[in-house]
Structures are given as structure tokens and as C-alpha cells.
Write a protein that binds this ligand. Structure first.
Ligand SMILES: [Mn+2]
Length: 394
């Protein structure tokens, strides 16, 4: 008995302004391609069941192209593996925040998928001797919290859930996805045969038989952090998982990346003149194997004083920007003491949630207020505002 586990597909994700020849956002097409490749892989592996652990869509109101692609690919899967049930839960990205917004997941139900978009569902598949508790994002915010534990006589007990596991991130929360529910150790440590997690975009095992499948492309607010985390755990690229209930092992299935996303080695321009920095950057770009054409690239250069930055060969930098899909030349000013971020790490915070988080961390609070919870609440509220803006089409 084998289960395919995918998560965080983020269909409809758009980024940068580059369009395909047919006028579609290139990154949206990349994300769609990644999903098609994963479905190819699932069909080839012929699992007995497939689950998607939330954030199927990037937004509550996905683009028509995203909806069409999802319906086509799930249809292709269902025709190839008609006996394999497909179970999908909503994550924080595809959960409406107001009750008058009806979830698009109803459409997936119509095409024969098992869907949990608001309330938890306990599904049983007698032919597989398997029971599955599907817990969508919204169900984790009901008071009192629902009991998350196995039940029934089925031999295989699966938990399908979207959120952040305890201690996934240490003190440094720069990799944390904002807006997710916090899961407890007790919920995860029930005697589950397998816990299929979504929310964190880097594939990893967080406990025995508890896995994040990870996203299929770099579509979180912090792709550079994803790359760093993948390097640390020696992961190459993105993929999905197969869990085998007989051997009790999860196997990674990498997909061929639709697009190269590269964080070039950081450079240090300390004491250099403009032409020297130009040469340093040109060498770094020339050293990229297969070149930067079509890639999403970041190059961080530290200790570039303002006058040196002005002197750089900007025509050449524009040419690189045109060649790559996205070339982010991140010139950082020399550090001035006392302006370091709260974590003590050098460099400026990269995203708005990070900026907010370091600001909130440094606030003095009245006694009795839990600083960690205060910071997390602020970051969650920011995520909620951004989420609402997306939902209203803003
Ligand atoms: Mn996600």
C-alpha cells in the first residue's frame, strides 16, 4: 500500500513581469508545469491513494488558468488511476476569510476528488484498510480545538494537515511561512501510520513518519531562504513523496525544475572602487554554469558604499536583467554598528514580515505579555491583511 503526498502547489502564483509568447505570466506557467511533472511522476508510480496537503491554489480566487489547469491535471490523474482516491485539503492560501466567499474547492468535489475545505473530514477507504483525517486550515481555528487523533479499526491511519509543527524553526523565524496554524506535538504524535504535512515549502521529515512534502517550485516569500535550507539538508530541487505502509519508508521523487532559481555566492566589495566591483560582479555572472539566461538570480554584494554603487556599469547590469528572467543585484551598504537586525545576523531584512518581526521583537511590553506570542500575532495579522487584499482582487 503506497500513498503519494504532494503539498503547496500554489497554482496561480505570479511573479515578475516576464510573459510567455502567448502573453501569460512566465512564473505562473512554471508553477503549472511543475504540477504537471509531479502528476506525470505519480501516474508512473501508480500509488494506491494521493493526498495534497493544502495550498493547492496560491489565492482564494485563483486565476481561471489555474482552475483550468487543476481540473485538467486531476482529470488526467483520475483517468490514469481510476481506483486511487485523491484527497485535497485547503491551506491558509486557499481558505476564504469570510463566510460569504465560497471556496473553489466545490468544483474539485464535482470532479470526484475528496475535499476538506472548511470542516475536518474523516474518510475511510475499506479496500485500502485506511482511515484518513483531513484537517483543513480553517478547522484549526475553531474553539475549542477539534480532537486530532486516529480512530476506527483501519490498520492504516493517516493525518492530512496544513500548518507549522512545533520547533520547526528555532529562534530565527525568517524561514517561517506567515499565516499558518500552529500544530501541537500531541496532535502529531497520535499513533498515526503517516502524517502528511503541508505549509513549509522545504521537504523534510519532522518526526517519525511525519513529513512535509514541500512545494514544487520556489513560490514562498523567501525563495533564497528555501535554497539555503535545501543546501543545508543536501536536497537538490523540489519534489514530492511516496510513503510505503509496508516498509514504512518515505521516498522522495524529485521533479525536473521548470526554472533555475540561483542565489550566487555572496561577494564582498570592501575597499573596492567602482571598476573593481564591476569586474567582481562580471566574474560571478560569467562563472554561472549554463549562464543566467532565463534564470531567476540573486547576487548579493556586501560593503558597497553609495558612491561606488553609483559608479557601476549600469548598462551592463541592465543587459543581465534582460537576459535573466529576473536578476536581483542586491548591493548592501557597509554595516554601521548598532543597525544590525535583532537576530544579530548581518544584512537588512528581506521581506515585510521580517521587518515587522524584528520591529516587534524590540518593543518593550507590559509585564505578563508573552513576547513570542505578541510577535507571532503581529506577523499573522500582517499576513491576514495581505491575504484579504488578494481575496478582494487587490
Ligand atoms: Mn504554501
Amino acid at each position: 500500500m503506497r500513498l503519494a503526498h504532494l503539498a503547496d502547489l500554489h497554482l496561480g502564483f505570479r511573479q515578475f513581469h516576464r510573459l510567455t509568447e502567448r502573453g501569460r505570466n512566465q512564473r505562473e506557467v512554471d508553477v503549472a508545469t511543475a504540477f504537471s511533472r509531479a502528476i506525470d511522476g505519480v501516474i508512473a508510480e501508480r500509488p494506491d491513494i494521493m493526498v495534497v496537503a493544502g495550498d493547492l491554489f496560491h489565492a482564494v480566487r485563483p486565476t481561471n488558468s489555474a482552475i483550468l489547469h487543476a481540473v485538467r491535471e486531476f482529470g488526467r490523474l483520475r483517468r490514469a488511476l481510476p481506483a486511487a482516491p485523491v484527497v485535497v485539503i485547503a491551506g491558509n492560501h486557499d481558505t476564504p476569510r469570510s463566510s460569504d466567499t465560497i471556496s473553489i474547492f466545490g468544483l474539485l468535489h464535482e470532479i470526484g476528488l475528496h475535499v476538506a475545505d472548511t470542516a475536518p473530514r474523516r474518510l475511510t477507504f475499506p479496500e485500502l484498510d485506511l482511515a484518513l483525517l483531513a484537517v483543513p486550515h480553517q478547522a484549526l481555528f475553531e474553539e475549542p480545538r477539534l480532537g486530532i487523533e486516529p480512530s476506527g479499526r483501519e490498520q492504516h491511519q493517516v493525518l492530512l494537515i496544513h500548518g507549522e509543527t512545533p520547533e520547526l524553526f528555532g529562534v530565527d523565524r525568517s524561514m517561517a511561512e506567515p499565516g499558518g496554524a500552529m500544530l501541537t506535538a500531541a496532535e502529531l504524535h497520535g499513533p498515526w501510520s503517516y502524517v502528511a504535512l503541508g505549509h513549509y515549502h522545504v521537504q523534510c521529515e519532522v518526526g517519525e513518519h511525519q513529513w512535509y512534502a514541500g512545494a514544487l517550485d520556489y513560490c514562498s516569500p523567501n525563495p533564497w531562504g528555501e535554497l539555503r535550507a535545501e543546501r543545508t539538508s543536501k536536497l537538490v530541487g523540489k519534489g514530492w513523496l511516496i510513503f510505503d505502509f509496508d516498509t514504512r519508508r518515505a521516498t522522495r521523487h524529485a521533479i525536473e525544475a521548470p526554472r533555475r532559481v540561483l542565489d550566487l555566492p555572496w561577494l564582498d566589495a570592501n575597499e573596492m572602487t567602482g571598476p573593481e566591483v564591476d569586474r567582481l560582479i562580471a566574474d560571478a555572472v560569467a562563472n554561472v554554469s549554463d549562464g543566467i539566461a532565463g534564470a531567476v538570480v540573486r547576487l548579493v554584494v556586501r560593503n558597497v558604499a553609495r558612491p561606488v554603487a553609483r559608479e557601476l556599469d549600469h548598462a551592463r547590469i541592465r543587459a543581465w536583467k534582460a537576459e535573466a528572467l529576473h536578476f536581483q543585484l542586491d548591493l548592501r551598504r557597509p554595516e554601521t554598528p548598532g543597525r544590525q537586525s535583532a537576530s544579530g545576523a548581518p544584512g537588512k531584512p528581506e521581506t515585510l514580515p521580517e521587518t515587522l518581526e524584528s520591529y516587534l521583537r524590540e518593543r518593550t511590553l507590559p509585564p505578563g505579555i508573552d513576547h513570542g506570542r505578541f510577535v507571532m500575532r503581529g506577523v499573522e495579522m500582517l499576513a491576514a491583511v495581505e491575504h484579504d487584499a488578494l481575496e478582494s482582487g487587490g
